[in-house]
Design a protein around this ligand. Structure first.
Ligand SMILES: NC(=O)N[C@H]1NC(=O)NC1=O
Length: 179
């Protein structure tokens, strides 16, 4: 879909397509829709980022809490969103050894007990080994540093989800090619 097609979407259709670019937070694309017409993919991304930045800390933590655990129980129960399932598969979490599953679950619990929100990282940009190493390292952060870090990862996840939905071509390039 190119940006002209995005700008032509009704509110309902926009939400249907972009509703999960921030995991289980359709209110974010719903708020951003008001800013149409978008000049391109980066413009949508910037509006989403500004909206998130404008939230109080409790709102940012709320976004983090909408994310499922990596290698959590939902991975094999079919309860994940299609996006999350695919991202966790890409990082290698669908084929963990039993000891890796227990390690991830115990680190995830430790992290949640320390910060009050789940550990979030962009799975597509990391291998399972990187993720385990980061989880251990980030456990040493303070809550504010960690909240900021995790929201940065939410934005990376969003950028990749958006790039799967919107063509990078500048507007009208299709028409130019056809002509
Ligand atoms: N907890 C967590 O990081 N979850 C996620 N990361 C990602 O790339 N997709 C997710 O659902």
């Amino acid at each position: 879909m190119d940006i002209n097609a995005v700008n032509a979407l009704s509110y309902e259709d926009f939400l249907e397509v972009f509703g999960n670019v921030i995991e289980k937070c359709p209110i974010i694309p719903a708020a951003v829709w008001t800013h149409r017409p978008f000049s391109g993919l980066e413009d949508i991304e910037a509006h989403i980022s500004n909206f998130i930045n404008s939230l109080p800390e409790s709102g940012k933590e709320g976004i983090l809490r909408c994310h499922p655990d990596l290698a959590g129980r939902e991975l094999h129960s079919g309860a994940l969103t299609r996006d999350s399932q695919e991202e966790q598969r890409a990082a290698g979490f669908t084929h963990l050894q039993p000891e890796e599953v227990s390690r991830m679950r115990s680190l995830n619990s430790e992290y949640k007990a320390r910060f009050g929100f789940p550990f979030v990282i962009c799975a597509r940009l990391n291998t399972k080994r990187d993720i385990m190493r980061e989880l251990l390292k980030r456990l040493g952060n303070d809550r504010e540093t960690e909240r900021t870090r995790a929201i940065g990862e939410v934005k990376k996840i969003c950028a990749l989800r958006l790039s799967n939905l919107v063509l990078h071509d500048p507007p009208n390039s299709e028409k130019t090619r056809v002509a």
